[in-house]
Design a protein around this ligand. Sequence first.
Ligand SMILES: [Cu+2]
Length: 504
Amino acid sequence: MSEGRALSRRAFLVATAAAGATLAGCTSGAGGGGVVDEIGEVEARRPHSGRTVSATLTADRTRVDLGGSVAESLTYNGTVPGPVLRASVGDEVAVTVRNRLPRTTSVHWHGIAMRNDMDGAAPATPDIAAGGDFTYRFSVPHPGTYWAHPHTGLDADTGLYFPVIVDDPRDPGDYDAEWIVMLDDWTDGVGSSPEQIFDGLRAMSAPGHDMAGGEPMPGMPGMGAVAGVGGTGKSTLLGGDAGDVSYPYYLVNGRIPAAPSTFRAKPGQRVRIRIINAASDTAFRVAVTGHRLTVTHTDGFPVVPTEVDAVLIGMGERYDVRVTAGDGAFALVALAEGKNATARALLITGAGNPPPADFTPPELDGRVGTVADFNATTAAALVPAVPDAKLPVDLAGSMAPYEWTINGAPFSRTTPLQVRSGQRIEMTFDNTSTMWHPMHLHGHTFEILTADGRPGARKDTAIVLPAQRLRVAFVADNPGQWMLHCHNTYHQDAGMMTRLDYTG
Ligand SMILES: [Cu+2]
């Protein structure tokens, strides 16, 4: 490729990223007509039940009651989380989104291996213009715990999120009751806005500020001027700094700890808890007082059931755990990792008083399950194979300047990764930064490659620790242009995103 062509291609990519709403046909422009044909062919091969699940979501600025504290933020249909979307394998989902925001938006269906042109991330799917409507229409191929959120700007750090649950009619599951638990870190409408936080992070590292070896100095101009910027602690589990933002609240199912939501079950019932981390800058360590957790699924896919006292869950990740409910009043406690705060909800099966709002149960310091502790079941594991291609994914960046990169470039200057349909891909995340990154690949689920050769967990989002090299494998079986990015909203917006393009 000549230098001129390379430059014009980069310019084209920047243009499509900025103006996806007007470029409905750009998939064929960048990927070639063959890829567009292939999207249809792959869709035809997905299971189809003949049923359609329909819903309407209105994205708007509304007031939400977080449990006595009322925030004005962005929501779907006025609630946080938005309404649960539930379908079965093979169903067609038809969700009409009415964008009543003063700017473009999108709905990204996180974790679902769906057709590329409905993924909800530009340029493959056009964003929805301010005031416009759009119907996402796609089939769901795999059962599991998923969720949805915007893929535009910093709007993932608002109330715009909801759970997506895909059932398998052939497998009712080994549980009596189901509890969906959505975790979030919350600032919009009660603290700084996401835009103020992002500007604050950028200002912290602006020229003229003495960064003293990269560490922000307390009291320096720009630092501390924006509430929530910085001020977080360290985490051993996360290998260093826990995050970039400290939040006024941490929520379970849209409620602050003083006014928790309650789940009722009967003693002895096996409760499947679908834990979804919808936060923007917070990993949570989750436990249920007086209970052990049996982890059954990671990011929707089954693992060999494994007992732990708590699980660590990064942004974008999902863990399904099973508990056998005791008799009494219990709390599910989500410790905001490294941030000295908790979120919680109650599990009530009998008499008694639940633990106080600030209680941190001993289970949080017991055996904490991280991704390395789980192995895909035989049915969920990939068939071992020699990779057809290896993709290095170098993660780097810094707080000063506040910029995060993949393979040396921020998203505005990225060179997309390339694969061909049918290839077995080995991807290596190499984190040379001093922060952890929950890396998320759209449209695919990869398998963690373990040192002992046993199949690791199937994931679409995986925590990559500082100085860690994490190898994963996947099959390139879903043609299109897919985003690969850090699921820290601020890292993503500061450049830590690239694309995976099918070239035929
Ligand atoms: Cu990151």
